[in-house]
Design a protein around this ligand. Structure first.
Ligand code: C2E
Ligand code: CA
Ligand code: CA
Ligand code: CA
Length: 271
């Protein structure tokens, strides 16, 4: 394992493809990790222009007994290709809903929203809507506090199927955020057909917003697009005050990033 510049260890060299044998071993380990409860959700604050925390994004961590913390970038792709993302995704939904119930008990956290990442493969399951609603019912979480983060990769599905699922969840108060926005290649026409609430400016653009005119132009375009479609817009990967100020000046009023807080366990998030 090798340090990755954050508080996680990379299981693989990020520049090398895992071998078939490594992937197979990892699949079995993911299965075991589910059984032995080695996954944990971390929470990263989302703040408004006044700096007030309005919600959090849930980000999964694997607390491996021997290898320490493993980044989702090292196991989510393998969970996706093996189908293990389905039981894992349900675990994430349940854990996130339980967290909302926990937050309910404290007036400081009772109104927070929680964003959950949903894989395309998970979204494409015929029973996806049932699974989400089951988690909400089982835990008693308020669906109005739940946002599902989707990426453009879900667009590979038949569009009517996407709309049907999103509308069904929306009718219960669940919201949708488009993650990694601007990094995909799809046409933008789907934006006007899908019941999306929020665009998330990808951290790859935010990172060089002050130095790279192309990244600044894309970020500005996303903000304008969100404004004209009356969508919320949030920037991820905000690391400095200057980035935050640039975004505010351009009209982006919600932020997430190390400048405001790293993803941390639920106990630390409360503090
Ligand atoms: P993402 O959804 O785009 O999440 C944002 C990533 O940026 C997170 O990495 C977060 O820790 C990191 N980040 C946040 N603020 C900053 C910052 O200021 N600077 C920098 N450099 N990075 C920042 P993380 O937690 O390693 O997650 C990586 C990816 O793994 C996520 O990207 C998401 O695609 C996936 N993932 C994480 N948790 C889940 C999950 O519960 N379910 C699914 N399906 N995927 C997940
Ligand atoms: Ca996300
Ligand atoms: Ca992203
Ligand atoms: Ca760049």
């Amino acid at each position: 394992a090798k340090a990755a510049g954050r508080n996680t260890l990379r299981f693989f060299d990020p520049h090398m493809q895992a071998s078939a044998a490594q992937r197979f071993a990892l699949q079995n380990e993911i299965r075991e990790a589910l059984l032995f409860n080695q996954f944990k959700l971390y929470y990263q604050p989302q703040v408004d222009r006044t700096g007030r925390i309005t919600g959090a994004e849930a980000l999964i961590r694997w607390l491996h007994p021997e290898r320490g913390m493993i980044s989702p970038m090292d196991f989510i792709p393998i969970a996706e290709e093996s189908g293990l993302i389905l039981p894992l995704g349900n675990w994430i939904l349940d854990a996130a809903c339980q967290q909302l119930i926990h937050w309910k008990q404290n007036p400081l956290t009772a109104a927070l929203t929680l964003s959950i990442n949903v894989s395309a493969r998970q979204f494409q399951q015929p029973d996806f809507v049932t699974q989400v609603l089951a988690a909400v019912t089982r835990t008693g979480a308020n669906p109005h506090q739940l946002t599902l983060e989707l990426t453009e990769s879900i667009l590979a599905t038949n569009q009517q199927d996407i709309i049907t699922k999103m509308d069904a969840l929306k009718s219960h108060g669940i919201k949708f955020s488009l993650d990694d926005f601007g990094t995909g290649y799809s046409s933008l026409s789907y934006l006007k057909r899908l019941p999306i609430n929020e665009l998330k400016i990808d951290k790859s653009f935010v990172n060089d917003i002050l130095t790279d005119p192309n990244d600044a132009a894309i970020a500005r375009m996303v903000i304008r697009l969100a404004q004209s479609m009356e969508l919320n817009v949030i920037a991820e990967g905000v690391e400095t005050q200057r980035q935050r100020d640039w975004l505010e000046q351009e009209g982006c009023l919600h932020y997430q990033g190390y400048y405001f807080g790293k993803p941390v366990g639920a106990e630390e998030f409360l503090r």
